[in-house]
Design a protein around this ligand. Sequence first.
Ligand code: PSU
Ligand code: MN
Length: 314
Amino acid sequence: MKNAPEFYHVHPEVKQAQAEGRPVVALESTVITHGLPYPDNLATARSMETAVRHGGAVPATIAILRGQIHIGLTAAQLEYLATRPGEQVRKCSRRDLPLVLARGEDGATTVAGTMILAHHSGIELFATGGIGGVHRGHPFDVSADLTELGRTPITVVCSGAKSILDLALTREVLETNGVPVIGYGTAELPAFFTPFSGHAVDLRVDTPAEAAALIHARRQLGLQSGTLLVVPVPAGEACDPDLAENASAQATREADEQGISGAAATPWLLRRVAELTGGQSLRANVALLHNNGRVAAEVAAALLAHSRPGNGQS
Ligand code: PSU
Ligand code: MN
């Protein structure tokens, strides 16, 4: 642990894995509190941890409980978080972290928030479903996830972003921020529910070792920026592309009509898209979360073949 431990609680299993040099994968908590409906959120959070274990790593779900940062949750803590009404848990991006700590509140970490806390804890790999991006029709609503990817050396394994976002602009901002988009078994940026978006990745890799080599190269360069490893939803679990697109378009239109903006925009859109697509989207969402957990674990394991640079920074 590099930073002040005052607010930090590292789960004993995570601590032990780190002490023994075994791989650890970080998982976010906003997907639990604001991304999926109960009870699917709890079932998915649990089974994603299992998927990470099957991939050969220890899962560390990250959240803030009563102003304390938890790196790895107990079963009871996970259940507490999943059953709290979303309004009672602050969605924590970089901006929000000091607020919940100072007030002793509960906070669920977004991709940006999770990256920061994972980095403080010496965890390199982080698996989730989708990142935030540039909202459709709102080119100035740019998720802090994209900024964080440009400034924190964490590898985020995800399935791209939902088409509630403007994927072309999201791609541009990632480039500006110096974030390489690496396709895992694909040459195309996935669009979350579906494997294809029409946007190319910067490089395709096909094995955990190839992905680990990229992380190693970034460390060697001393770059303090992140990497996006994008993994398409497993074949057979994808959503119908028209269904996903129509739902995204309708949800975006409705959000505009109702004036939904700021941090509330993404959770609102996620819930509306889930309603409009029904069970199909939920099935795809759960399948890709599992798969990304497994891939992140395999990459974390492959990364052990590379030694860390002497400064202990990455
Ligand atoms: N996209 C999803 N599911 C999610 C999120 C995004 O498909 O749960 C969550 C993630 O935590 C992500 C956050 O970091 O939403 C982005 O919110 P914003 O656009 O307000 O930065
Ligand atoms: Mn936003």
